[in-house]
Ligand binder design. Structure first.
Ligand SMILES: Nc1ncnc2c1ncn2[C@@H]1O[C@H](COP(=O)(O)OP(=O)(O)OP(=O)(O)O)[C@@H](O)[C@H]1O
Ligand SMILES: Nc1ncnc2c1ncn2[C@@H]1O[C@H](COP(=O)(O)OP(=O)(O)OP(=O)(O)O)[C@@H](O)[C@H]1O
Lengths: 228, 228
């Protein structure tokens, strides 16, 4: 398995450690504050208190042997930059760094981070997109124009067979899959089951509550999702 | 257009304001600190300095007429909870609140937030997934078992026609689209163009650099992405 170091155990760093441990990875968790090291030690394979901006400290910890290092330091931009530079010098192949401003993002990319993440911005974009397009449940962008989106079946489709919805000819999107939700009540307990039809045919009937998984241009998907 | 209030102008709140303004929305931006209000005033339609946990202040600002309110206050969990409760009392239909711990998430849901986001955790999960499955470029989860993912064309597929890859019979995934990247050099300038083939046929040839957009069970996609 990969050898992974996570430096900086704030909310983001700790979440990265927890998720990786759940996935069965061995983690070296590093923070300058003792209480953060203590808090993560129940979860991480190894937890060490030290100043990670000192390259000799990183060498003593064997960080040069790591496949991946995640640097999650926000407030102290200088420290985050020094640490990424030290990791680059130690030839750590994959350096994932968290940025807290657009300028911080550019600097980290320039000095050798192989991937820069900016959580607050990425999720802010997702929230803003949801506010503006509330009928688009989720999306995967394939390119600047095409994406795959999940939308609730438009009202006008309900009760129709797929081949009678003109989804491709008129609405210009391809239907990839249909998600149906079935609610079962058994001995007073309600269980919700999602069934994904991954090979939809023209004869399939669109029902209330169905979610259509469609592929098309972003603006065509937007129009279809806003259909009354 | 929707009337939107964003309360709390830290990194997340400011990014939400900036993205919504870019999308053409009118925003009322609120923060208790004057410098944050000043910083956002170049961007937001209206920017007001006040303590948003006072329901009468929110009423004076007309927040009860808003369609959506975004509450982005992290450090002061009590303030974030009070503000969500005030918004609920004012009958704001959509209340999106940012949480900073799993417990905070539960509390916000219980007291009336219609959507709770936890940016550090969501992006930490994405980063951890990328570390563990580096050959999965991006994914859209359709259900607990099925997802749509983008993977680089496995080496063994290159030079083959789709119908000769056994992608469905042996690898158990459906190919939804193929992304090809073309690099053009014109007058010394290199431009990269992404072409999405949204109707792949059995006769299509898989080439070096292609990205396959596939639909299948998560574990089958994982196996295919790790094929040598
Ligand atoms: N030189 C350093 N060496 C090791 N750890 C450090 C160093 N400087 C800061 N840290 C640690 O990094 C962690 C994250 O830093 P900080 O809280 O500034 O980032 P943040 O981006 O605001 O965090 P969050 O992930 O909570 O959003 C803190 O726990 C801090 O103790
Ligand atoms: N009662 C309040 N009324 C209005 N604004 C407030 C109130 N309490 C805090 N704020 C503002 O909310 C903003 C965000 O708060 P804070 O920095 O605690 O959250 P955060 O989650 O750490 O932020 P970030 O989005 O940067 O991660 C701050 O700018 C702060 O001034």
């Amino acid at each position: 398995g990969k050898q992974i170091a996570v430096i900086g155990l704030g909310r983001f760093g700790s979440s990265v450690v927890e998720t990786l441990v759940k996935k069965g990875c061995e983690i070296l968790a590093i923070d300058i504050k003792e209480e953060n090291v203590k808090a993560i030690s129940k979860v991480a394979t190894h937890a060490v208190q030290c100043d990670a901006s000192d390259i000799r400290t990183l060498q003593e910890l064997g960080v040069q042997n790591m496949d991946v290092a995640v640097v999650s330091i926000g407030e102290d931009v200088e420290a985050s930059v020094l640490i990424v530079m030290a990791l680059k010098e130690l030839n750590v192949r994959e350096i994932i760094a968290k940025a807290v401003t657009p300028l911080h993002t550019k600097i980290l990319e320039k000095i050798g981070a192989t991937q820069v993440v900016y959580p607050e911005r990425d999720i802010a974009i997702r929230v803003a997109t949801h506010i503006v397009s509330p009928n688009i449940i989720d999306s995967l962008a394939l390119s600047t124009e095409y994406c795959i989106s999940e939308i609730p079946a438009p009202r006008g489709f309900i009760g129709k067979m797929l081949k009678d919805t003109s989804i491709r000819s008129m609405h210009r999107v391809n239907i990839i899959a249909i998600k149906k939700t079935t609610t079962e009540v058994y001995k007073g307990k309600t269980s919700i089951k999602e069934i994904v039809n991954v090979a939809p045919s023209g004869e399939d009937l669109v029902m209330e509550g169905d979610v259509l998984v469609i592929l098309g241009r972003e603006d065509d998907i937007e129009k279809l999702s806003n259909l009354k």
